[in-house]
Design a binder for this molecule. Structure first.
Ligand code: FAD
Ligand code: 8R5
Length: 452
């Protein structure tokens, strides 16, 4: 094996394990160093079952790695948003046109396990209980904490898949500043659980992502295959009630749910205990000017561009990064050129999904039960039928297609302008000026197959 064909991945989380498979299958010699122990031996630390929404971008990457079958077997289909208004009737708003346009709720621990197993079966060497501590880029040597010992390993190049708190990123920045900044969101989150019903089934509609929109804050719930739901309460950290400052104890949480989430309260028997035990999670957007250090190191996934969760695209984007990096490594004549081309392709797209993720918080918490919004949503669907391949709803471009995120953002902005103009001052679709709107769509939105 030429040393040029050896790569060392830091982090055996979601992106690290997938990338290891993609590279090993193409003949690269791959080592993965992961801080935690082997989940196949030790089980998943934490114990709580945490689920993620998998969409087309992530699923496509899993297909390329041959992991889609094993992952989908344990997944729960989510057809749309099931919106629970404070007053009024709860109901499903479909994400797509039919069951070919859905997202999937998958268990993080199971997913990671499947990916690590596949990576190993293709020859990737997995080194668990190895936490990266220091890198000597000149000597091409990385040092790790392995149990209580310090151990060193030589490397040709390092790939940082070590998540939002990346140690590799910190080590790279000591050699050359990366222009790192993080915008923390002034909202955080707390996880709660809906257990199975007495008969062992799901307590609420299983095939949906549930949302309780409440204007400045919200709750969501994703189904797990063991018939539970993971509920996430998003609130401002500080300020007027309700915030994590005003809702501190389990009793405070009970009072909040009694008032604001009365239909969810009876579903969460351990609310007080969960609320007091589970920590408040922090959310932010991480941006860097540079993702690579010549031909010696490159970052991807959360290590390069952590984002807020509101589009459910952090993992999907990280998986898309893996496919792009594996392709550039295959095509480019040198590692340095591959890393530079990868960064040039992915940085604008990561910035676009980071922005769309921030915007989707407002949509989820405040707009989904609003009459203007529902009219615009109905118009989006009508325009999709009238202009197939040309007018594609925002959510569908992000979730069901693989066009670059930056293109999805640009077209969504054009479309939002059209939707707002066409629905101004009207109450039903019957009042739309279709001739003018059709002409504007044709003028402003070239067919997607011509631009993507
Ligand atoms: P990670 O998956 O975080 O993996 C990093 C790995 O590196 C870990 O295994 C860690 O142990 C290891 N590591 C860290 N430091 C070191 C070190 N010094 N040495 C060695 N190893 C190290 N995304 C979606 O697309 N859809 C969702 O619905 C969704 N829901 C989410 C829910 C929650 C509660 C959270 C927290 C995130 C969610 N995300 C979701 C985002 C998604 O989890 C991340 O974007 C994704 O995991 C990024 O993958 P990664 O491999 O870059 O990082
Ligand atoms: N991540 C998600 C969506 C979009 C849903 C929609 C939103 C929890 C910490 Cl907040 C959120 C989405 O627009 O109707 N798809 O997938 C996942 C989300 O949150 C995850 C579970 C989460 C980080 C806590």
């Amino acid at each position: 094996m030429r040393p040029d064909h050896a790569l060392t991945i830091i982090g055996g989380g979601l992106a690290g394990a997938l990338l290891a498979t993609l590279l090993a299958r193409r003949g690269w010699s791959v080592d993965v160093f992961e801080r935690r122990g082997d989940p196949r031996v030790e089980g998943y630390a934490g114990g709580r079952s945490i689920n993620l929404a998998l969409a087309e971008r992530g699923l496509h990457a899993l297909r390329l790695a041959g992991a889609d079958g094993a992952v989908l077997r344990q997944a729960v289909m989510m057809r749309g948003r099931y919106v629970h208004p404070l007053q009024g009737t709860p109901g499903l708003q479909r994400y797509g046109r039919d069951d070919s346009e859905v997202i999937w709720s998958i268990n993080r621990g199971e997913l990671n396990l499947v990916l690590l197993t596949i990576a190993e079966s293709h020859g990737a060497r997995l080194h668990f209980d190895h936490a990266l501590e220091r890198v000597d880029f000149d000597a091409h040597s990385a040092s790790f904490r392995h149990h209580a010992e310090a151990v060193s390993h030589p490397f040709r190049a390092l790939i940082g898949a070590d998540g939002a708190g990346s140690t590799l990123r910190a080590e790279m920045a000591k050699v050359r500043p990366l222009g790192e900044r993080t915008d923390w969101l002034d909202h955080g989150y707390k996880e709660l659980e809906i257990p199975p019903a007495a008969d062992g089934g799901f307590r609420i509609e299983p095939n949906a992502l549930h949302i309780w929109p409440r204007g400045h804050y919200m709750c969501i719930a994703l189904p797990n295959d063991e018939r539970t739901f993971t509920v996430t309460l998003f609130l401002p950290h500080r300020g007027a009630h309700p915030s994590f400052e005003t809702v501190q104890t389990g009793d405070d949480a009970l009072a909040l749910f009694r008032e604001q989430f009365p239909d969810a309260l009876p579903l969460i028997p351990q609310l007080r205990c969960d609320y007091e035990t589970n920590p408040v999670g922090h959310l932010g957007t991480l941006r860097l000017d540079r993702w690579h250090l010549d031909d010696r190191a490159v970052l991807l996934g959360d290590a390069a561009h952590a984002m807020v969760p509101f589009h459910g695209q952090g993992m999907n984007c990280a998986f898309e990064d893996c496919v792009a990096l594996a392709d550039h490594l295959q095509r480019a004549p040198t590692l340095g050129e591959a890393f530079a081309a990868f960064e040039a392709e992915r940085k604008p797209n990561a910035a676009a999904i980071q922005q769309m993720a921030l915007e989707n918080y407002i949509e989820m918490r405040d707009r989904v039960d609003d009459a203007d919004y529902l009219l615009q949503r109905a118009l989006e669907l009508a325009l999709q039928d009238r202009h197939p391949g040309r007018f594609v709803p925002h959510y569908a471009m992000v979730t069901f297609m693989r066009i670059p995120y930056a293109l999805a953002l640009h077209r969504s902005e054009v479309q939002r302008g059209l939707l707002q103009a066409a629905t101004r001052g009207i109450a039903t679709l019957a009042q739309v000026d279709w001739a003018a709107l059709d002409a504007a769509v044709e003028a402003q939105l070239p067919p997607l197959d011509a631009v993507a």
